[in-house]
Design a binder for this molecule. Sequence first.
Ligand code: GCB
Length: 592
Amino acid sequence: MLRPQDNGSRERKSLNGLWSFALDPDGVGRTDRWFAGPLPGGRQMAVPASYNDISTDPAVRDHVGVAWYQLTTFAPRGWDGQRIVLNVEAATHRATIWVDDVEVASHEGGYTPFEADLTDHVTAGQQSRITIAVDNTLTYQSIPPGFVEDTPQGKRQKYWHDFFNYAGLHRTVWLHTTGREHLTDVTVVTGLDGATGSVDYAVESTGGARVAVTLLDADGRAVARGDGARGTLVVPDVHRWAPGDGYLYDLDVQLLDRRGELLDRYHQSVGIRTVAVDGNRFLINGEPFYFTGFGMHEDHAVLGKGHNDALMLHDFELLEWIGANSFRTSHYPYSQDVLDYADRRGIVVIDETAAVGLNMNVTGGMFGVQGRPTYSAETVNDETREVHAQAIRELIARDKNHPSVVLWSIANEPESESEGGEDYFRPLFALTRELDPTRPVGFVNMMMAYYPTCRVSQFADVLMLNRYYGWYVATGDLAAAEAMWEQELRGWATENKPIIITEYGADTYPGLRSLTAEPWSEEYQTAYLEMNHRVFDRIDAVVGEQVWNFADFTTTSGIVRVGGNKKGVFTRDRQPKAAAYALRERWTGKRP
Ligand code: GCB
């Protein structure tokens, strides 16, 4: 699937704005054919946004089940004769679409795009009613998993991940055109040989029309041309894509009929770079790379997980200010706008699926759920794994061409110390490698699968560790934490793989100060990070540090969360805590 774009041959129209909206707590909308006419209740909802925090009504915030969105719109008159497609960038966690009375598509998974060919269902210049039923329910067979508890007070959604189950249409909904005969996919793989770059390209299309490609540099000059659906373009004197230098070429792909008339066209941006793992080094363009940055969240006041360009730009400004060269899309695929922008800014991305919370032993008051076996016929099973496999397929299909993406993370903190975990993950690693042999693959290991008990890290090219010595373990005792942490890390270092610390952090209530650095204070967060850095700096195999978290974020309610998770280095409204200045000094050398 190609992301909608405007070019000489394609047009797109955003359907963002206010839609009609109705909650369906009793699940009657489908049988009562809500798609066949105006939605009941006359409520409105903004797209893109999570619906949860828009209203003052707790029934909206805590809704479990289907929510209906509806918009009456026009396919522009000038689109007559073209193929017309509806593209939904994200509907969390699954959705069904109707155009007028006809069901046209449904999709499982809350963070990857899907589309419906509307050519036979809409007429250019005439009005159509688009209805999208979005279901936020998590089950043992969804990614992420969860279950719904029926209580005398109503349905309660339970899950094992530490962020609020925001739902809705989080990203842009597009109506767009392509040629009738059209391009369906473009894949680029780049290489370097000294000063010469290469771009292997593969183009898929309907029908057998001719493909011609031109690679343009950032000034619009053609630097290489190719004929045919596959080939290699050679770029002498290449300008590499590199961390901090998001240089992009533009691959202009044209589909041409026998007379050379344009049938369809697509512009694919290309950053020419290589990624490799060599022993315990992580190499970008053959040079060792050290990750600095954060695990992040798509999380903002009012918008929830809704994408907003202004807020995105501000987050990238803060990343630059603090000297971060990378982030992880914890714990789900982020908006395609974020990845496009990371490409352009030369920010390095660890790209993660939404497989978070496959660890049902984790309880301790965090999620308000009793422990249970993770891998069993009744919980995470073969069907879950197939949904997970599909999430990996969709992530790679969507993000394979981003130079910023250097590493796939196929799960966050699953149960990985058991045989069940080993059996569950073996085929998923094989699948990821088959789908993308060009990037390293890993998953994020949690504390309970401490060295040497993990049975899944054997499959990973890179070790990604989340550790909270000095927070959840040895709370407040940084000296003890430092010794324990170093001992464990030295164990991992014997594996001769690069190690990225993908999470380390301490909850910090902004404004709480303490001379003796007590937990929750700004002083403690700084001292905690400094302790971690001392450990990392002593261990050669550590090739990256990503603090948990970039900013405070909303979670489900629980006794260990005070107005959400407060491990942000920035507050939820993106003001710095004291630790931000300490990190800035470490990562940029700039004194506060
Ligand atoms: C973790 C999880 C992350 C949590 C974090 C915490 O290990 O990966 O989602 O938010 O710990 O703060 O407890």
